[in-house]
Design a protein around this ligand. Structure first.
Ligand code: PMV
Length: 361
């Protein structure tokens, strides 16, 4: 798919330039947890795209000084070398040579920076890989006048982002996206995500999300290890069919503005994700005592006030709290008073469902 041996840079083409994209992080409501080769999901997932948590990536390119068959690149993260991510990036670019043969003719200087503190424990691979994929697709467009149509451009960017990090496939779209085949939305595909912005009720299209930083530490178990452990997890088949069965009701909640139904699926998914971690062999626990304390306080406050605020979790201890914009004042007063104190150095990221990636000049 998307392999094209003709996309080799013409010798007389303008071979010096820069492309830049800002791409958002996303928070999965139905989680992707478990995969099959090559980076294809075992179940469909659905996420909301964020605004303030994003990555800005720039790729400056020039002809290689000495022709060589491989990838020639440098990488800096927030202005500093980052050998660990540089290594991952190089392997990723090597895997893309059949899709973008022109990258073997160029030297690439890649700069990436996140809007959120890199020690915040927030997974950045979705926004980082999405921003890189968008840059590569823009280069293809610039060199070969391809991918002119926005739908084709986004589909290819999502396909390419997926190969870097599964969840990155969903960050290509504004507000919400589904990645993975589902009868609930026939257009969906395992190879790329599909934007469902048109479907969203306005109260979800501008929903708010506060990310409570329970711990700034790096994840103890990477998501690739977590996905791999699903292969032997005794609950895996049940998990995949449950996730599939939740797509239909979630879509109808998102369409009709039914926050109660949305919230029950959202919280169930978060707890199921962590239950799967606990039932893997070896098992692991990423929640911390304050994660549970936050969950309990949210549920208690919700019961007492009947306000709509619901939690979800990524593969880590930090808690995402989702609520409608029209209830923001009351919810945020509660969060400021009773939840922020449970966060490491009282840190949180105030975010909202957002309008998707932006190409920068
Ligand atoms: O894209 P990965 O391999 O980092 O996996 C993401 C896994 C979760 O964040 C836990 C769930 C999801 O769908 O984003």
């Amino acid at each position: 798919m998307y392999q094209n041996k003709d996309l080799i840079l013409p010798p007389n083409h303008q071979q010096v330039g820069t492309v830049s994209w800002q791409a958002p992080s996303n928070i999965a409501i139905i989680k992707y947890w478990g995969k099959r080769p090559v980076q294809l999901p075992k179940n469909p997932s659905l996420s909301l795209s964020l605004t303030n948590a994003h990555t800005i990536c720039s790729i400056s390119y020039q002809p290689k000084q000495i022709p060589s068959p491989g990838i020639s690149m440098s990488f800096s993260f927030e202005g500093q070398p980052n050998p660990q991510f540089a290594e991952r990036l190089k392997k990723y670019l090597e895997s893309l040579v059949d899709i973008f043969p022109f990258i073997t003719r160029l030297h690439l200087d890649i700069n990436s920076r996140n809007s959120f503190p890199h020690s915040s424990g927030i997974a950045s691979s979705a926004s980082a890989m999405c921003a890189i994929a968008l840059c590569l697709c823009s280069m293809e467009h610039r060199f070969f006048d391809k991918l002119k149509d926005d739908k084709a451009f986004r589909r290819k960017a999502s396909f390419v982002a997926r190969l870097g990090s599964g969840s990155a496939a969903r960050s290509v779209f504004s507000t919400a996206a589904i990645w993975g085949k589902t009868t609930a939305y026939p257009e969906c595909d395992d190879r790329w995500a599909v934007g469902i912005e048109k479907l969203l009720h306005p109260s979800f299209a501008n929903a708010k999300n506060r990310i409570m930083i329970v711990s700034e530490a790096q994840k103890a178990v990477s998501s690739s290890k977590g996905h791999a452990l699903m292969e032997q997890n005794p609950f895996a088949p049940t998990r995949y069919s449950l996730a599939k069965s939740r797509l239909n009701p979630l879509l109808s909640a998102l369409q009709s503005g039914d926050w109660k139904l949305f919230g029950s699926i959202c919280e169930q998914e978060a707890l199921d994700l962590h239950a799967l971690m606990m039932s893997s062999t070896p098992s692991f626990i990423l929640m911390l005592p304050n994660t549970l304390e936050i969950i309990n306080r949210i549920r208690k406050f919700r019961k007492a006030t009947k306000l709509h605020l619901y939690f979800t979790l990524d593969a880590g201890p930090n808690v995402h709290i989702l609520y409608p914009n029209h209830q923001a004042e009351k919810v945020e007063n509660f969060l400021d008073q009773y939840i922020v104190g449970l966060c490491e150095r009282k840190q949180y990221i105030q975010d909202a469902v957002g309008s998707g990636p932006v190409q920068l000049q």
